[in-house]
Design a protein around this ligand. Structure first.
Ligand code: C6P
Length: 408
């Protein structure tokens, strides 16, 4: 359990958390957009630049060997973190967005034909909509949508009418970034496999809050971003089953991904290198490895228990504010709290609470179809991490009450 004393100690690991904003101590509730980095991550990246900086997989000199060792060690840490069978199943990308585009433009483009179907849900982030739309335009495949209900849960009653022989790819978010819903993806993965479809899971909002085993889930692809997991920006992960990666064409061409090049014919490396053309984000991969070490040290279960307690407390507290409606009330939620307030635009809510040092996000959260479903242009969203406190929730709720007063 994370006691107040323990949290106070852990907060010291995050230099930015002691910032003052508009004359108030920072209350950082925008963790779903990007979380903060502990010193361990910043130090790991600094150490690389101070002592080991060289390109990977190229030089035969000591620094290059050190850089390559640390880069590959980071890959192994990711492999263990998500329970993949082999490190070759872990591809470094720039983030979730690039991971999904990679699958669409390699596996998707190579296998889909006109009339095939790609199934997503109504609560997807644009990163798990647009790449599939682009693929549909290229191949003549059709995009199908799993509906949601008002609580923000997938409606699966008629799922057999959506998952059938023509379904080739099912691409689903594990946790919704704008509603907080945790989806029961296991059963959908099984149903998709029963008709021979492959399943990609967008885990951007899941891996920071729950332990994930890609082998237990049996998904075909799993994606996430380093920067939501206390790691650096510019680094993300695509997990793919070895058997699938083996037959997938490259994503981009260039250095590192080839075995031989001649003007007549080029041959490609095996996974993961076939999908990592050019110089990768080396310091960022090492930083992600350090973030995983940090998370493992505290324990995802311990972190999640505290985040849930914060979510429950904040949910109860904000509902005491007149005219406030929570958007996304699923039975199973991660620590994301989206809401609207009568007569106040979410941007104004965000601006007012910022005056009290509270950072939240306001907007459509890159989920425009979800906003349309709720008939709102935007929501305000507070998202909690393990380093947040109940006292911070009180400051946030007081700031919201002030917003209510200003606008009434
Ligand atoms: N959501 C949010 O504030 P990138 O930008 O590639 O690291 O992650 C994209 C992405 C994909 N899927 C989900 C479920 C996400 O939440 C995100 C990023 C941020 O909610 C920025 S829009």
């Amino acid at each position: 359990m994370l006691t107040d004393v323990k949290i106070a100690k852990l907060r010291e690991d995050f230099p930015v958390l002691s910032e003052q904003v508009n004359g108030h101590p920072l209350v950082y509730f925008d963790n779903a957009a990007t979380s903060q980095r502990p010193k361990a991550v910043i130090d790991a990246m600094n150490h690389f630049y101070f002592h080991d900086n060289a390109n990977v997989h190229r030089g035969i000199h000591a620094l290059s060997e050190r850089a390559t060792h640390d880069y590959e060690l980071a890959r192994s840490k990711v492999q263990q973190f998500i329970g993949a069978a082999d490190a070759s199943e872990i591809i470094f990308t720039r983030g979730t967005t690039e991971s999904i585009n990679l699958v669409a433009q390699t596996y998707g483009k190579a296998t889909l034909k006109a009339g095939d179907e790609i199934l997503i849900s109504h609560m997807e982030h644009h990163a798990n909509i647009v790449p599939w739309q682009m693929l549909c335009e290229q191949t003549g495949a059709l995009l199908k949508i799993i509906p949601i209900n008002h609580a923000g849960e997938l409606v699966l009653d008629n799922i057999t009418t959506l998952i059938h022989a023509r379904t080739k790819i099912v691409a689903l978010t594990h946790v919704s970034n704008s509603l907080g819903t945790i989806n029961d993806i296991s059963s959908i993965i099984q149903q998709a496999h029963a008709v021979g479809a492959k399943v990609l899971i967008d885990g951007a909002q899941a891996v920071p809050h729950m332990s994930v085993s890609v082998r237990a889930l049996d998904c075909d692809f799993y994606c996430f971003s380093g920067h939501k997991l206390y790691g650096p920006t510019g680094i993300g992960i695509l997990y793919g089953k070895a058997e699938l990666l083996k037959h997938m064409p490259p994503y981009q061409g260039g250095g590192s991904m080839i075995k031989t090049v001649s003007f007549e014919k080029t041959t490609y490396q095996d996974s993961p290198y076939r999908f990592e053309a050019g110089t990768p984000a080396i310091a960022e991969a090492i930083g992600l490895g350090a973030a995983i070490d940090y998370v493992n040290h505290i324990g995802l279960d311990v972190m999640a228990a505290h985040e849930h307690a914060l979510l429950d407390y904040a949910t109860t507290q904000i509902l005491t504010i007149p005219g406030l409606t929570i958007i996304g009330q699923a039975a199973h939620k991660a620590s994301i709290l989206s809401f609207i307030m009568d007569g106040i635009h979410p941007h104004d809510i965000s601006t007012i609470v910022d005056k009290y040092g509270v950072a939240i996000r306001a907007g459509h959260h890159c989920t425009m179809p979800t906003m349309v479903f709720y008939q709102v242009a935007a929501t305000a969203r507070a998202s909690f991490a393990f380093y947040n406190t109940f006292k911070e929730v009180d400051i946030f709720v007081d700031a919201l009450k002030n917003a209510r007063e200003i606008f009434s």
